[in-house]
Design a protein around this ligand. Structure first.
Ligand code: SAH
Length: 219
């Protein structure tokens, strides 16, 4: 796979995108600096290359989307990632969000249910020199053997919070999930205060593709 290089032009557009995210209310410098280092266009399908630095979601393969930059920034901020944190991401998709978490210094474990996307994201990461732990599987199950996690980030719309993921969260750990049905979801931050003791707060409306059970094999 030959990836587009990170041109002077792309860097300029990216800086403008980051400035616009700040204007939209993202204040977390760790997040914004990480996003300024990751060439989003490399994660896009060729047809949308020229749109990579618009603040919009775009289609990737398997009928899925690369999340909108504002959404990536918002979820990364809520997760409150610190260096060396162990983060579990549900929905690798393009691999873009995982790259942001890696740039923030996290140890990243990421699960994808579409075989094609699982392969594609790893290829892009190898080319860019990123290294996460990639799993093909159903994110509802999590990855208990590598837990517990400091943070769990669900990047697809869940009808309910997957119980097994709560079990894999450290005490003091944070789980970020867009909760709700098709069309619109409420961004929830769930902080584990103790066994069966959770603090839950709401953070506005977002739109994600659905979190689905099982896996899709293929290419
Ligand atoms: N974080 C991604 C966003 C991708 S969209 C990015 O930065 O590009 C959400 C992704 O979640 C899709 O790729 C979809 O296939 C995946 N997904 C949905 N349900 C899943 C599940 N149960 N387990 C793992 N991945 C899932």
């Amino acid at each position: 796979m030959i990836l587009p290089s990170d041109s002077f032009e792309a860097k300029g557009k990216r800086q403008k995108l980051i400035d616009s995210l700040r204007i939209k209310g993202i204040k977390n410098d760790n997040v914004l600096e990480a996003m300024n280092r990751v060439p989003r266009h490399v994660f896009m399908d060729n047809a949308f290359l020229n749109h990579a630095y618009q603040d919009k979601a775009f289609p990737i393969s398997s009928g899925q989307t690369i999340s909108q930059p504002y959404t990536v920034a918002f979820q990364s901020d809520l997760l409150n990632v610190k260096k060396r944190d162990k983060i579990l991401e549900i929905g690798t998709g393009s691999g873009y969000q995982a790259a942001i978490l890696l740039e923030m210094g996290a140890r990243v474990y990421t699960i994808e249910r579409h075989r094609e996307l699982f392969n594609r994201a790893q290829k892009i990461h190898i080319e860019l020199g990123y290294s996460a732990h990639y799993f093909f599987g159903d994110g509802y199950e999590g990855k208990p053997q590598y837990g517990p996690y400091d943070g769990i980030l669900i990047t697809a719309a869940a009808g309910e919070v997957p119980e097994k993921l709560l079990d894999q969260l450290k005490t003091g750990g944070r789980l970020v999930v867009p909760l709700g049905s098709y069309g619109s979801q409420v961004m929830k931050l769930i902080i584990k205060r103790g066994k069966n003791d959770y603090e839950i707060t709401d953070h506005g409306l977002f739109t994600f593709v659905p979190l689905l059970k099982g896996v899709v094999n293929g290419k």
